[in-house]
Each structure stands twice: as structure tokens, then as C-alpha cells.
Design a protein around this ligand. Structure first.
Ligand code: CMP
Length: 228
């Protein structure tokens, strides 16, 4: 990727928004573009962390693996989002693994460049804090859902959250264009693929959702039914 192309991506990333065109170019020149195949482990839990990643294409999942190898998905990120900041900020090992869901490209920023950038641009530090608050808020919500909702409720809440984040309004309801696999949906809410499948089929039978390939349409009735 050329420096100009990297600069254009960085312009869209919240923590870099106050940078002048010159500063942006300088930062872009310090970053390396790296590509990862679907399934590649970009960051490994417990490894030392000395770089931050900004996605320029593709999608990744943030996961923890239990002792039995079971996977919990903490979050997913797409183009324009960043990860790997926690180890840079607290000097601890990576808190989780980050795995490419599809072919993915990222710009990589090393610790010294990151620290220099935050020292020179306090607004960038504030933007990172805001992003971390947003993530903690989301994590609080997931913890609450795990503790307070039954499995059907968790599946419903997950669909609602996805619709809010990336849904497209249509005449018939909100369309989620690219849902995760049923196994991944299960890993997001601490349940099995089979249970997710049962819940989704039940929602289909009740006319609350329509599933076509990777798409899920949440019909108007869905909101009313799951808010009860
Ligand atoms: P780091 O700990 O360096 O490496 C793993 C990264 O995954 C971490 O930085 C964050 O960027 C990201 N991450 C870890 N936990 C969460 C979470 N609960 N929500 C969103 N992102 C997370």
C-alpha cells in the first residue's frame, strides 16, 4: 500500500482525526501494511504486545479459548477499527487472541510511534479513552445479558445489537446482510451452535425473522416480541 493510500485510511480513523495532512503522512510512513489469510492468528493471547493494528479491509474476531479449546468471541472488528491498544497502554501481555474471519489487511503501528503520537496529540488520547469506554460499556452489556437472560433472550439481544450496528432499514424490517456463522453466534453468547439454530428456527416459525443464506431480516414484530 502506498503512503497516500495509507494516509487516506488513517484520515477516517477516530484517534487520528485531529492530525494535519503532514502529520498524517508522517504517521502513515511509519506504518507497515500486512495481509492475513482467513483463519490467521494476528495476535495471540498471552504473547507480549508491541504493536497496534488498524484494519484497512476484512474482518477479525477477538477471542478467548477455554481449557477445553472452546472459543468465546468478545468482539468483532471491521475496516476502520483498531485493536492491540491494550498491551501498548498497560504493558501487559495480549488480553485475547485476534483472528482473521476473512482475508484481512491491516496497518501496523509500533509502540514508540504510538506513544509519541499520543504525547503530541492529547485529543488522540481522549479518542482512545472514548473508544475504550464504548468497549467496556458493550462488555458490561454482554455480562448483564449472560447473567440475566435465558438463551433465547441472548440470541434475540445479539440480533438486535447486530441490527443496530450494521443493519439496513428496509420496507419489511431491518436487514443484517452478513451474519456470523451459527457456531460464531453461539461463541458470542456462551452457547452451542445447536442451541442458536433452535432459537433462530423458532423465531422463523413465529414469523419474527426471515433467513436467506447469510442474511437475516428482523421483521417489525421482532422488536415487539423480544422487548416483552
Ligand atoms: P491487546 O490486549 O493488546 O490484544 C488483544 C486485543 O483485543 C486488545 O488489545 C483489544 O484491542 C481487543 N480486545 C480485548 N478485549 C476486548 C473486548 N472485551 N472488547 C473489544 N475488544 C477487545
Amino acid at each position: 500500500m502506498t503512503i497516500d493510500e495509507s494516509t487516506r485510511y488513517l484520515e477516517k480513523v477516530g484517534i487520528f482525526q485531529d492530525l494535519s495532512p503532514n502529520d498524517l503522512r508522517e504517521l502513515a510512513a511509519r506504518m507497515q501494511s500486512r495481509g492475513f489469510a482467513a483463519g490467521a492468528v494476528i495476535v495471540s493471547e498471552s504473547d507480549p504486545g508491541d504493536s497496534l493494528f488498524i484494519l484497512t479491509s476484512g474482518r477479525v474476531k477477538v477471542v478467548l479459548h477455554g481449557e477445553t479449546g472452546r472459543e468465546i468471541i468478545l468482539s468483532t472488528f471491521r475496516t476502520g477499527e483498531l485493536f492491540g491498544e491494550m498491551s501498548l497502554l498497560d504493558h501487559q501481555p495480549r488480553s485475547a487472541s485476534v483472528i482473521a474471519i476473512e482475508p484481512t489487511q491491516a496497518l501496523v503501528l509500533e509502540r514508540t510511534s504510538f506513544e509519541r503520537h499520543l504525547q503530541a496529540h492529547p485529543d488522540a488520547a481522549l479518542a482512545i479513552l472514548a473508544e475504550m469506554s464504548r468497549r467496556l460499556r458493550q462488555a458490561d452489556r454482554v455480562i448483564g445479558n449472560l447473567a440475566l437472560l435465558d438463551v433465547y433472550g441472548r440470541v434475540a439481544r445479539l440480533l438486535k445489537d447486530m441490527a443496530e450496528k450494521e443493519g439496513v432499514e428496509t420496507e419489511d424490517g431491518v436487514l443484517i446482510r452478513q451474519r456470523p456463522t451459527q457456531a460464531d453466534l453461539g461463541s458470542m453468547i456462551g452457547t452451542s451452535r445447536e442451541t442458536v439454530s433452535r432459537a433462530l428456527n423458532d423465531f422463523v416459525r413465529r414469523g419474527l425473522i426471515v433467513m436467506t443464506g447469510k442474511q437475516i431480516l428482523l421483521r417489525r414484530a421482532f422488536d415487539l416480541a423480544v422487548d416483552e
